[in-house]
Design a protein around this ligand. Structure first.
Ligand SMILES: Nc1ncnc2c1ncn2[C@@H]1O[C@H](COP(=O)(O)OP(=O)(O)OP(=O)(O)O)[C@@H](O)[C@H]1O
Ligand SMILES: [Mg+2]
Length: 230
């Protein structure tokens, strides 16, 4: 039932990759729908390859006119609905945000991504006014280095983490072979062969930590306990 939208108007910020990682992790436990509203349809292309779990339904969105119905149908059917949005601010993005129980804002630790993330946060606040309801959101750092961060990366992430008005995931999605490889190989990270991809154990730990944190946030939101999201 919860609807989780991935939004950042900056291209390449990691929306599609993190949305698919979360969808795979959730689908290992409960039926999940992933709505592919990225106009290049990378998730639909992924789903056409072998290895998509049966518990993961992919819905291909082609128009802003149908997105609200697609979200409603998926939410009535499955315990989790994830929406991967395009890399530009659009009416489709607003529609999806207006239906979301949680908006995840993926960003690289780079200035352009940071500015776009702030734009999305402003957009979410406008959508909250328009819909007169709270829309929880949280920033997710993506493509980050698992080892030592650069000074710039540390500076940018600190600006968000030190701001108590902006909720940030503790978990970061690290830059990993496995996360790029799933789009060319197909299937899930859990189903990959360790002979083909480096660092699978760490990749799986990273996905599981993200799944657990999303679930914890959704519980807190449901119980009205989330602190900083609005
Ligand atoms: N955690 C990661 N590890 C390795 N590669 C990654 C990771 N996240 C993203 N990438 C790579 O970076 C590129 C952009 O990522 P992605 O497509 O997820 O971004 P996006 O925000 O969906 O972009 P767009 O706005 O164009 O839809 C892709 O080539 C993807 O494979
Ligand atoms: Mg994308």
């Amino acid at each position: 039932m919860p609807v989780i939208a991935f939004a950042n108007s900056k291209g390449g910020s990691g929306k599609t990759t993190s949305a698919l990682l979360l969808a795979q992790a959730l689908a290992a436990h409960r039926p999940t729908t992933l709505i592919d509203a990225d106009p290049r349809h990378p998730i639909t292309t992924w789903a056409e390859k072998e290895g998509r779990p049966e518990t993961l339904t992919v819905v291909t969105n082609t128009s802003e006119k149908t997105i609200l119905d697609e979200i409603e149908e998926a939410a009535a059917r499955d315990p989790f609905v994830i929406i991967d949005l395009e890399g530009t601010a659009s009416r489709l993005m607003s529609y999806a945000i207006s239906q979301a129980d949680l908006v995840v804002i993926p960003m690289k630790e780079q200035q352009q991504d940071a500015l776009a993330a702030l734009d999305v946060i402003e957009e979410i606040h406008r959508d909250m006014k328009a819909t007169r309801r709270r829309i929880p959101y949280a920033v997710l750092f993506t493509q980050s280095r698992a080892a030592v961060k650069s000074r710039t990366a540390r500076h940018i992430s600190a600006q968000f983490r030190d701001n108590d008005r902006i909720d940030c995931f503790t978990t970061e999605i690290h830059e990993r072979d496995a996360f790029a490889a799933m789009f060319s190989i197909g299937g899930t990270v859990a189903g990959m062969s360790p002979d083909l991809v480096n660092g699978l154990d760490k990749a799986l730990e990273n996905i599981e930590a993200f799944r657990a944190e999303v679930i914890a946030k959704l519980r807190a939101i449901r119980d009205g306990q989330e602190g900083r999201a609005a």
